[in-house]
Design a binder for this molecule. Sequence first.
Ligand code: NAD
Length: 520
Amino acid sequence: MAVVERIDAPEAGAQAAEPDGRRSRQRLLAPGTLEPIGEVELATPGDVEAAVERARKAAPEWAALPIRERGRILERAVSVLLERQDEWLETLTSETSKPELEAFAAELLTACDALTFYARRAHRILADQRVPLHLLKSKRLKVRYHPLGVVGIITPWNFPFILSLNPTAQALVAGNAVVLKPSEVTPLSGRLVAELFEAAGLPEGVLQCVVGDGGAGAALVASDVDKICFTGSVETGRLVGEECGRRLRPCTLELGGKDAMIVCADADLDRAAGAAVFGAFANSGQVCLSTERVYVVDEVADVFQRKVVERTSALRQGPGGEADVGAMIHGPQLEIVERQVADAVARGARVLCGGQRNPEWPGLYFEPTVLVDVDHGMDVMREETFGPVLPIMRVRDEDEALMRANDSRYGLSASVFCGDKRRGEQLAGRIESGSAVVNDTGMTPYGIAEAPFGGRKESGVGRVNGEAGLKGYCHTQSIVVDRWGSKDEPLWFPYTKRKERLLRRLARILWGTPLGRFLS
Ligand code: NAD
């Protein structure tokens, strides 16, 4: 079952354009009800190329504006979002079947914060930087941040608005034009980003949104853009990275995860259980930073498991405003979840609650599921699940928990629950992940705009967000100016024995004496 259906494409995965030049269309069904909610036309590779060209034309004028002025457009976008939040939420919830509160908090509230954060700080973060030189006092160094030009942004379906808006806002405020290709599974929500910036007064052409499938994504990667910012699966990310490598084009790859939670013997078990349940089942588990496996120290495992099951059993699932857990968004993902649970059970796992599609609803609802007696021979402990499943494994002690947490090809985020915060921080620092959290869910870093975000191992390449992320949308240029204007420099021609002796003496003084070491 899929929530998108090709209407007139010759076959799935085929080029989006028919041989006679017609574009193929796609019908969208609400994941919660499987009722049709709209149709979209899919962009062809030619459409993508044309969008990049339009963006390229618009880029110089946009780049020439002062950063603060670009920031004002972001601030106006916040006002538009607040004014039109009901309309925006309606699109988001009908296309994804997320509970309204979840859609509001994770997509719109975070959008307001990200827009405001970059709008107000970009001019300081990207200001020319004078760097005092430690040695060559005869030179002056200035570091400048220039826009790249046109940035291609490719995004997934799990948070179709914020994951499209956040990189777009950063690329724009840094002075780039953007071509955004949101997921074909949630194109209506992705398209809102372009509507939002248009309503906020962004000049025409600076942001282009192309609605298309993987073919359009591949065309964007192969087009004349200056950077690709990709968020999606490891498999697609690898293809994108290969193509960018071949073209020597910078890219960031924000990919999948299999985040671990470690629960120590002295942890506050109520808080740990609450975080595990939220971390595993928020957005129906379709979060790159979901808690996908828990390692709990044996002496507290029974109590922890009981608390998790109590909380999970109390969750309300279904459509409507009062539900805690919505539908899954994409049919093929639900099938992966079913396969992983069946594999785990066949290998000896026990289901403490959930374990199947929710028979009460016609849509893509999978019950929040808690598994125990799991091990690393099972797919559910090794591969990304991206659905509402929480496997809990007992471990002897914290060392075993750490060893198991690091026994993964992924390394996005992680969490540690520990009564002693210092020990918790030490444990967190030993987890091989892009971020780690003590006594909160591993999702927390994404909501903190200052935190550079990204993965280790196969979870990604590069960092987004914060200062480092914003600077990633720029060429960093070092400008060195000679201060004294002497006729020549010690290292210029001609090379003489006398110069060599002087340099050797200088080296001995600078790095071979206490005074020199102090000065250098
Ligand atoms: P996906 O890789 O299937 O698709 C992501 C995007 O890539 C879509 O827009 C798709 O159309 C496009 N695409 C497909 N083939 C392409 C190609 N050959 N070239 C270029 N683009 C192509 O991923 P998905 O199923 O949409 O999203 C779920 C995955 O995203 C999960 O693995 C999840 O963990 C990951 N994700 C990661 C983060 C993060 O920040 N690290 C955030 C959210 C989701």
